[in-house]
Design a binder for this molecule. Sequence first.
Ligand code: SAM
Length: 586
Amino acid sequence: MSFPIIKENTASTNAPLLPTDIFQLSNASESNGEIFTENDLLEAVKDGDVNRLAAIIASDSVDIHLKISDLNNGSLLHFAAQQGLVGVCHVLVTAGIEIDLLDKEQNTALMLAIVANKNDVVEYLIKAGTTLTIKGTDGMTALHIAAKCGNLSACQLLLQAAVTISNFVNSQDDGGWTPLVWACEHGYVEVANFLIIKGADPCLRDVEHNEALHWAAFSGSSNIVELLLNRGCDVNTVNAHGESPLHIAAREDRYNCIIILLARGANVSLFNKNDETPLDCLSEEGESYDVIALNIKMQAITGTDLKSYRTLLSSDISKGRETNPIQCVNAVDDEPEPRDYVYITKNCKTSDSFSIDTKMNSLHVCSCVERCVTDECECTKLSMKCWYDEEGKLTSDFNFADPPLIFECSEACSCNAITCRNRVVQRGLQQRFQLYKTEKKGWSIKTLRFIPKGSYVCEYVGEILTDIVADQRDDDSYLFDLDNRDTESFCIDAKFYGNFARFINHSCSPNLHPIKVFIDHQDLRFPRIALFAKNDIDAEEELSFDYGHKFWLVKYKSFTCHCGATDCKYSEEAIQETLNSYKQMG
Ligand SMILES: C[S@@+](CC[C@H](N)C(=O)[O-])C[C@H]1O[C@@H](n2cnc3c(N)ncnc32)[C@H](O)[C@@H]1O
């Protein structure tokens, strides 16, 4: 046999896969009828003898797909990658060896090259088209592994190649750990810094609600603790056990981290769920004991009024249903966390009086091969065009005043769900939120992070009702009208079933706008209500949308608007004028 010509990876530059001085096949691909054994094959691979290897493969007398039992049943490519034999890798890949095969430990050849710090091979395998999103042991991608090993070059190569993979830098493994968390836990400050520059979210939580800061404190990496705090991480953030980074650093007696955490305002009076303060987590012999004890004394002398975290009523109102926990805080009065509803993350039905057409074969689907970026995508044609840019934000020409319906690609489409550009709402929440009590509007939701204009923020989720049933309900405060133009009309009621969006208040100058989106069905009577950022929203800003005049024309008799906008139409002062102008308009 002779070697097929290897295809250049279309995602990479036009540079050859291998510099010609590293590997030239000479006449090796021509077999002279010699018969070889598996041993010959293994020896040629071990010796890195690419010409002999090529001759053996060309003879067609040995199967190159053999498994090496001493290497966790890995392939020859696993071996060559681990040894850094880039020329051998090239011959094997050219000869058709499976590039993404997992060994018994669920490692690809790429992963072994990363661990062994063989970055020439890493670069080669990426260019040769290895799949970057494969998850191995414990759900870790190659990027998790690179971060865990502190292999900065591999992180750079991977992220450079993964530009079209949505949010690759923030992918989470089975424990909810991102690559950044792995870098923090192992104290690799350069890797952590690089990942953050590339968009790693330091506030993402793992399955126990730890943030990267908890793990940096755990490992005693004071420079990473500082880096994360400089990036806006909350020094007093608590995990599912009510533990702050200071609790964790104290338990591990991490003196340098403790100094930084205290200097940056860590609360020494915070109790975890076992009623322990950070000092209770440390033995008196611990190096850090005196520094925390001294801090407590100084605060007592100066009468420092620490923000008491008894205001933290819940570390997650969604009880693990959302990717990022949503804390509930009340610094206004003694009202407890609202619990008079069931937290759900998808719209639900509680009656059989109507049905939604969810039949797979009713869906208009696309036949795109990869990313749905051409005008030929049938789904984006349904929406008029793809309204999402490369970062998943609404394009700058999106008309918030008269928004189009958006049809995202679905399960039944043939595109790639990871790289497809026409999937945003279905990828779920990307931001971090907090439920907090306001002075005049009851509960409200704020974002804990900056949200750029056009970003998807959250969905208004609740119980789907007919308008007839909705009219019979006593409390209409949580109704969202679906505005159907046909005879049958429906709404979403988040009074009894809903997500955190039920707490988003009205503003006459809102920062969110509801957009109707279809994903898993295209029954036009039942759009999903996705709230997108109308403008840039700062961290700590209250979220709001416009409830519409129909709401206020009923409600002004009971209360007026406290949105505080300069052009508020429904405040006590403005309401009469607003009513008069509505009357004039008829
Ligand atoms: C969908 S709920 C929003 C969450 C609500 N604040 C709560 O505590 O559950 C709508 C209710 O919030 C209050 N609200 C929302 N926006 C308001 C505003 N701008 N001014 C005054 N009250 C508001 C009103 O009581 C309204 O009926």
